[in-house]
Write a protein that binds this ligand. Structure first.
Ligand SMILES: Nc1nc2c(c(=O)[nH]1)N[C@H]1C(S)=C(S)[C@@H](COP(=O)(O)O)O[C@H]1N2
Ligand SMILES: [Mo]
Length: 401
């Protein structure tokens, strides 16, 4: 577990965080999130202090230093919502309905039935917002100006979506599986957050309806009592507070599929979601290869007498991380970092690198991950109008004095 004091001190660069809510100096922000906004820590009920982006709907990111732990503690796990009305689930009343025009026997499940009637699986997987690091795009992209903390790695326990769907008897006409949750907008005109998956991904053995996270029930803010887990795909599909799953024979045409979370087709790896593609655009799907330095801040001063430890995490959409290379001279020379424990191909992988600065001065530190498929991080983010999938090599300058 990451000690709360420790991480607040880390991100605040020594400034004490006063109570649950404190405003930190702008100059510390680059260290914590990398965006140009002021940094506000705030505590949602049941959570510890996170970086507040918006209160209504609640959008909170995790301070990067928390990522030094292999699994992100539930109380420090980021929170992302599109709509502001988020009812607390009453388990006696909660039901998950399975239906749609492409099943033969629709049915409902209580939480007890969901837990008892199907085989339980546990998977370590990274939950990554498509817009993580949007705040680092130049020119700026519209949307929440996330720093690097709209992600978290957890051990998820649940049942396979495919086992649940099998009980409903899927018709051969099935094309997509739509997912709806209990949250809604303040105005009736606001589109509910409903997503769909292609049938193949819904039936993937790693796609789970999860009810536990890191050995505990899901926190309210992370989808209690049950959410979808789609390892390898960005978290937009990881629907929280699940209430309805429908197997459908036509492409789902809600706002969150047709309009939002879309990227130009020519710039990203193949989409794997043919039924939602147009000639030019496709839904965002797979996570692309990426990495993050978690223990150093841009502009930090380090003593010349000591070796410098560089720590971070690396991840991709499920091919697994083959190597992480670090440069301490602005990208001229690269050396391999040491990869730490492997928790499975959907988990992020921690890494570490030690270097001894030869002389005082400025060092430009960079980290670059490569997956088992050979994909590697670009020096600049892949431009796209909504600022998704920022995976540029990170550049941090430290002063050795
Ligand atoms: N019900 C519901 N589920 C949702 C969302 C939402 O707004 N409502 N947002 C999605 C998005 S875009 C992200 S990034 C993840 C965030 O998961 P977290 O809040 O548990 O960190 O939830 C996903 N599931
Ligand atoms: Mo997201």
């Amino acid at each position: 577990m990451v000690d709360r004091r420790h991480f607040i001190k880390n991100i605040a660069g020594g400034l004490a965080a006063l109570g649950g809510l404190s405003l930190l100096q702008r100059s510390d922000l680059a260290a914590a999130t990398g965006t140009g906004e002021s940094l506000v820590m705030d505590t949602l009920p049941g959570k510890e202090a996170l970086i507040k982006k918006t209160f209504r709907p609640p959008n909170y990111e995790t301070p990067v230093s928390v990522f030094e732990a292999p699994f992100t503690p539930n109380k420090l796990f980021f929170v992302r919502y599109h709509n502001a009305v988020i009812p607390e689930a009453k388990i006696s009343e909660w039901r998950l309905s399975i239906g749609g025009d492409a099943v033969h026997t629709p049915f409902e499940l209580t939480l007890e039935q969901l837990r008892k009637d199907f085989e339980q699986i546990e998977i370590a997987a990274l939950c990554l917002c498509s817009g993580n690091r949007r705040g680092l795009f130049e020119p700026p992209a519209p949307g929440l100006q996330w720093g690097s903390g709209a992600m978290g790695n957890a051990l998820w326990r649940g049942v396979r979506l495919k086992d649940v769907l099998a009980k409903a008897e899927i018709d051969p006409s099935a094309l997509e599986v739509s997912l709806a949750g209990a949250d809604s907008g303040v105005l009736p005109t606001t589109p509910n957050f409903v997503k769909s998956l292609p049938l193949t991904k819904a039936l993937d053995e790693n796609t789970l309806i999860a009810f536990e996270m890191n050995g505990e029930p899901l926190p309210h803010w992370n989808g209690y009592p049950a959410r979808l887990i789609v390892p390898g795909w960005t978290a937009t599909y990881w629907l929280k507070h699940l209430t309805a799953i429908n197997v459908i024979s036509k492409p789902f045409d809600g706002f969150w599929m047709k309009t939002a979370y879309r990227i130009p087709k020519d710039r990203f790896p193949s989409g794997q979601f043919g039924s939602q593609e147009t000639e030019t655009h496709m839904p965002i799907t797979e996570i692309i290869v990426n990495s993050l330095i978690t223990n150093l801040a841009d502009g930090q001063t380090l003593p010349h007498t000591q070796s410098i430890e560089i720590k971070g995490v690396a991840w991709d959409g499920g091919d697994g991380i083959a190597r992480v290379e670090v440069s301490t001279d602005g990208g001229n020379n690269w050396q391999q970092a040491k990869l730490k424990q492997d928790y499975g191909r959907f988990s992020w992988r921690q890494w570490q690198f030690v270097f001894m600065p030869q002389h005082p001065g400025q060092y430009r530190i960079m980290a670059r991950a490569t997956s088992h498929s050979g994909a590697t991080q670009p020096l600049e983010p892949i431009p796209n109008p909504s600022g998704y999938q920022h995976n540029a090599v990170q550049k941090i300058t430290v002063n050795v004095a």
